[in-house]
Design a binder for this molecule. Structure first.
Ligand code: SAM
Ligand code: DTB
Ligand code: SF4
Length: 322
């Protein structure tokens, strides 16, 4: 039975349990619902990079931050599909395309993204996009093109949001997520740890996610990658135990969701990553780059997983909008 009515106190009590009890409980829930040693391999490509008008304090792609990110306009369909083919050969079952846009604008660029989605689906992979805010109609067009999932993160709690982003509100995020859900596309929604938020903020964000009906099918948990030139450049790195606590709590609250250990793996030891997997993470981004920052080497990831008997998950051919 999945629940959608968790109180903040109940979530905080889970989050604060002695670590061994917490990981044991999360691993038990994980085993009940998945019972395998599989991790989903997702590939990520930045199809439009930098120059974003938003002011997200963590993001190297915001035009107003002086970072080393180079602007790159929307890629061609052919280029994107050859990257997707390569990712499939390396074992990816999901191909995610990210654009540094505030929102989707109708026109030739959106039409090109729709072609990319059709192309990725034709390769037999799950297709995912993260393009900023969407209207109901745009969400339906993406669904018609065969999009499996749409990534749109809450990033932090409703209480902490204004500290991080001023150019849009929490309500805008929730509205896009509803358009995605209404269009029959799977929801991929999570957040970032290490942006100066309190433990209550982390629990509050998890409460918003767990109150969605149904729960988001995938929940990315990112550790802030503090990039030079962004307002959060000096933030201290989030500790392994803090990551593990949030991943384990997410697993307990949302037992059937894929919990993705997303940004920040390059800064973690192999053991720390395995702890996250033991606490219920069952999906990662692989490949040497996330959108603009580094990620562990593919061969290193494969060697690690093989050495501990973790296998890649097969593609979900029964995904709702497949
Ligand atoms: N522009 C779209 C949007 O904001 O929804 C899509 C792309 S945006 C880069 C996707 C997500 O990447 C953000 O919501 C945030 O959670 C994550 N992200 C961006 N920069 C990050 C960083 N430095 N560290 C960790 N996660 C980050
Ligand atoms: C998500 O939650 N994490 C990914 C994906 N969704 C799009 C992005 C991480 C970006 C990390 C910073 C960068 O590489 O630019
Ligand atoms: Fe733009 Fe997305 Fe980066 Fe915010 S997170 S600045 S919306 S690319």
């Amino acid at each position: 039975m999945t629940r959608h009515d968790w109180t903040l106190d109940a979530i905080r009590a889970i989050h604060d349990m002695p670590l061994l009890d917490l990981v044991y409980r999360a691993a038990t829930v994980h085993r009940e619902h998945f019972g395998d040693n599989k991790v989903q391999l997702c590939s990520l490509l930045s199809i439009k990079t930098g120059g974003c008008p938003e002011d997200c304090k963590y993001c190297p792609q915001a035009a107003r931050h002086r970072t080393e990110v180079k602007y790159q306009g929307l890629m061609d369909v052919g280029e994107v599909l050859s990257a997707a083919r390569e990712a499939r050969e390396a074992g990816a079952t999901r191909f995610c395309m990210g654009a540094a846009w505030r929102e989707v604008k109708d026109g030739p660029q959106f039409d090109r993204v729709l072609d990319m989605v059709r192309g990725v689906k034709a390769l037999g992979m799950e297709a995912c996009c993260t393009l900023g805010m969407l209207s109901d109609t745009q969400a339906r067009q993406l669904a018609d093109a065969g999009l499996t999932a749409y990534n749109h993160n809450l990033d932090t709690s409703p209480e902490h949001y204004a500290e991080i982003i001023s150019t849009r509100g929490y309500g805008d995020r929730l509205k896009t997520l509803q358009s995605v859900r209404d269009a029959g596309i799977q929801v991929c929604c999570g957040g970032i740890l290490g942006m100066g938020e309190s433990i209550d903020d982390r629990c509050s964000m998890l409460q918003v996610l767990a109150s969605m009906t149904p729960h988001p099918e995938s929940v990315p948990i990112n550790a802030l990658v503090a990039v030079d030139g962004t307002p959060l450049e000096g933030q201290e790195r989030v500790s392994t135990t803090e990551m593990v606590r949030v991943i384990a709590t997410a697993r307990i609250l949302m037992p059937t969701s894929m919990v993705r250990l997303s940004a920040g793996r390059l800064q973690m030891s192999e053991e720390a990553q395995l702890l996250c997997v033991m606490a219920g993470a069952n999906s990662i981004f692989f490949g040497e780059k996330l959108l603009t920052t580094g990620n562990p080497e593919y061969a290193e990831d494969m060697r690690l997983f093989e050495s501990v008997g973790i296998r890649p998950l097969e593609p979900d051919v029964h995904a709702p909008s497949a």
